[in-house]
Design a protein around this ligand. Structure first.
Ligand code: PMP
Length: 454
């Protein structure tokens, strides 16, 4: 039998075309996909030997960098010791990880493990609906989220998602998901200050609750910073106001930390930048730095109390076979220990501050409309011209991304600014980037941007 390493790159590409259905990427009849065969630190290598600095950390997840010995060791040890048992009962890696997550969350939460970010959000929706039912308010079934936000691909999580282009082919989706405008301060109405605009956006949520009937609203779900929708960073006022509104109407505040968690925004969790206390926190990706599939729904102890009953109605009837897999939990523990040992959350903050400073002079570029960053996470919004703020055309964005890639740098594009259109360059590099990696990202991206004007 052929071993993976002996297969020529041509044969692999042929097999790839024949057998593999790629995620989200449209079929490309002209170009082969990149077949990634090795990864180390912030760098990936394809099977033709090309090396790239992966400034998107895979899919915003490889926070601790690729190829870490500690994670391989943790997986190996756990597989030898006890490879699988479901969380219908319990095991040591899940118990210890749940304890460790409480330390990172800095509050009292009970942890429900699943496999993916989408799963974690589905669990949050189910717990929220059942919680209200158990509180004698079964009419509370609706969730409010924001346009441009992404919350996952399964039917409930997609219903919460506010990006129409991802949804319309699969409708009708789950009922009871409502959307409001995101706090995109760059595109705020003329004459409004950032504070006023953010306040209005938060008040949209209150208005929605009132108009929909406050006794029907179960939860609000939001990322602390909208990531996939184009790095939309709210004002402090906004998050505080939303917390206040949720408390006022008995609505649970669910914070989706699937990307923002685990150091990405310069804090352990993104919500910690805003001084709020969510009722439910969902997380995935960076929990294992992408080494194993794992996600978690952290639920405030006071909510969990309602489920501590032996009655049939009180029991949360949800299970997934692999959620909290012991190998995944052991790897997550090794990941969090490594992040603590190497101060990667702090490094995210300092690298982010340096990045923001280095990019400042791009503000004079005629097609750079806005540069937004928090921690080691940045969005560069490209426009046709600064006055109209009309998004720069796909060909322009495409040429920048291709040129970066041709020179060994992978960056992302996101936004959903208009009709599913992505005009925002995104950077979410491993938090373990070396100083040389950092310099490479900054110098190449600046060089490419400065050479491309519309
Ligand atoms: N929430 C957010 C904010 C995400 O970015 C994602 C994935 N990119 C998800 C949820 C869904 O996670 P998964 O792909 O693991 O299902």
């Amino acid at each position: 039998m052929e071993t993976i390493t002996n297969i020529s790159s041509k044969t692999l590409s042929e097999k790839d075309r024949k057998y593999l259905w790629h995620h989200i990427s449209p079929y490309n009849a002209k170009a082969d996909s990149m077949v990634v065969s090795k990864a180390d630190g912030a760098w990936i290598t394809d099977n033709k030997g090309n090396k790239y600095l992966d400034a998107m950390s895979g899919l915003w997840c490889v926070n601790a960098g690729y190829g870490r010995e500690e994670m391989a060791q943790a997986a190996y040890e756990q597989i030898k010791k006890m490879s699988f048992y479901p969380l219908t009962q319990s095991h040591e890696p899940a118990i210890l990880l749940a304890e460790k997550l409480n330390e990172w969350l800095d509050d009292d939460y009970v942890i429900f493990f699943s496999n993916s970010g989408s799963d974690a959000n589905e669990v949050a929706f189910k717990i929220t609906r059942q919680y209200h039912g158990q509180n004698g308010e079964p009419d509370r079934y609706k969730f409010i989220s924001r346009y441009r936000a992404y919350h996952g691909s399964s039917m409930g999580a997609l219903s919460a998602t506010g990006q129409s282009q991802r949804k319309y082919k699969y409708e009708p989706l789950v009922s009871g998901f409502l959307h409001v405008r995101p706090p995109d301060s760059y595109r705020r109405p003329e004459g409004q200050s950032i504070e006023e605009f953010n306040l209005h956006c938060a008040q949209d949520i209150e208005q929605k609750i009132i108009w929909e009937g406050k006794e029907t609203i179960a939860g609000v779900i939001m990322e602390p910073v909208i990531t996939g929708g184009g790095i939309i960073i709210p004002h402090q006022l906004y998050m505080k106001k939303i917390e206040e509104i949720c408390n006022k109407y008995g609505v649970l505040l669910i914070i989706d930390e699937v990307i923002c968690g685990f150091g990405r925004t310069g804090k352990k969790f993104g919500f910690q930048n805003f001084g709020i206390k969510p009722d439910i926190v969902t997380m995935a990706k960076g929990i294992t730095s992408g080494y194993m599939p794992l996600s978690a729904t952290a639920v405030k102890k006071s909510i969990y109390e309602k489920f501590k009953t032996s009655s049939e109605y009180g029991h949360f009837r949800h299970v997934n076979t692999f959620g909290g897999n012991p190998v995944s939990c052991a790897v997550a523990l090794a990941n969090l220990e490594l992040m603590e040992k190497e101060n990667l959350t702090e490094r995210s903050r300092t690298l982010g501050e340096r990045l923001a400073k280095e990019m400042e002079d791009l503000n004079s570029h005629p097609n750079v409309g806005d540069i937004r960053s928090i921690g080691f996470l940045m969005g560069i919004e490209l426009v046709k011209d600064k006055d109209s703020k009309e998004p720069a055309p796909p060909s322009y964005i495409g040429s920048i991304i291709s040129e970066c890639k041709a020179n060994g740098l992978i960056i992302g594009k996101n936004g959903d600014t208009v009709d599913g259109y992505n005009n925002i360059l995104t950077l979410s590099p491993p938090l373990s980037c070396t100083d040389e990696d950092f310099t490479f990202i900054v110098s190449l991206l600046k060089k490419v941007l400065k050479a491309h004007h519309l």
